[in-house]
Design a protein around this ligand. Structure first.
Ligand code: CA
Length: 260
């Protein structure tokens, strides 16, 4: 699914910290006044902003130029935000922050399941949005290139923490491995579990790992990321090889960690 998308997977070597060119944010918002307000706030943080007002323009903008993060409204004319997110995810793993008036738990979970990195319900304070954008960019910015590959269970799963691309060995002897890519949140969660194999990590701790925010009422985001990891990496929660659910407590890595 993600093969052959190297151009879209290209990540600019810059960050919000302003080392080089500013990060490029695509804002997809059909309410002109809100769109302009978001542009203003993000630009004030030193970010470069492209603003579009409908779904097809959003997909076109992602194809046309490297984008570091997408702020995505869901209720859009023409093509709704869910369809835009699906189209982006077919080609790219760029971070997506949904900013939508859809605010029920079910709607938030649906958005995260589709691969959004974060979800902000409208109405929101623009400062909250810029803080979350900064948190995602910090997480997805340039990493130390000396970081070792994460290898689990004797090479069954190998993850490059920088590109977040993984190779999963086939369960059948001689079968072809599965390759894919994790979202920033999924990769951060797995890396946190892998730092302490066998230890139970609580949802609150993992939530902070994933969102970089110490306080968050909405903690289902961790469960959804774990569910996405299990689906991608062939982990059956009833007989896990990778992540075990500890009721009332959190999660723990059951796979062994290979020494680099
Ligand atoms: Ca809208």
């Amino acid at each position: 699914m993600l093969a052959g998308s190297s151009q879209l997977l290209h990540r600019r070597p810059d960050t919000i910290r302003g080392m080089a060119a500013p990060a490029h944010i695509l804002v997809v918002e059909d309410e002109p006044r809100l769109g302009e307000l978001l542009r203003l706030y993000l630009q004030r943080d030193g970010l470069r902003v492209t603003l579009v007002g409908d779904g097809p323009s959003a997909i076109e903008a992602v194809r046309r130029a490297p984008v570091d993060l997408v702020v995505l409204d869901l209720m859009l004319p023409g093509l709704d935000g869910e369809a835009v997110l699906a189209a982006i995810r077919e080609q790219s793993d760029i971070p997506v922050l949904i900013a939508s008036a859809k605010r029920s738990d079910a709607e938030r979970i649906a958005g995260l399941r589709m691969g959004a990195d974060d979800y902000l319900a409208k109405p929101f304070n623009p400062h909250e949005l810029t803080a979350r954008v900064a948190a995602i960019l910090r997480r997805t910015g340039p990493r130390d290139t000396t970081v070792d590959m994460l290898s689990l269970d004797g090479g069954r799963l190998v993850l490059d923490p920088q590109s977040r691309r993984y190779t999963l060995a086939s369960p059948k002897p001689g079968g072809a491995p599965t390759r894919g890519s994790l979202t920033p949140g999924e990769a951060a969660l797995l890396a946190a579990l892998a730092r302490r194999p066998g230890s139970v990590l609580g949802r609150e701790h993992l939530l902070e790992v994933v969102t970089r925010r110490p306080y968050e009422v909405y903690d289902r985001v961790v469960d959804v990321h774990v569910a996405n990891l299990r689906r991608k990496l062939g982990d059956d929660p009833s007989r896990p090889w990778l992540i075990e659910t500890i009721p009332q407590a959190g999660y723990r890595l059951v796979a062994s960690r290979d020494r680099p």
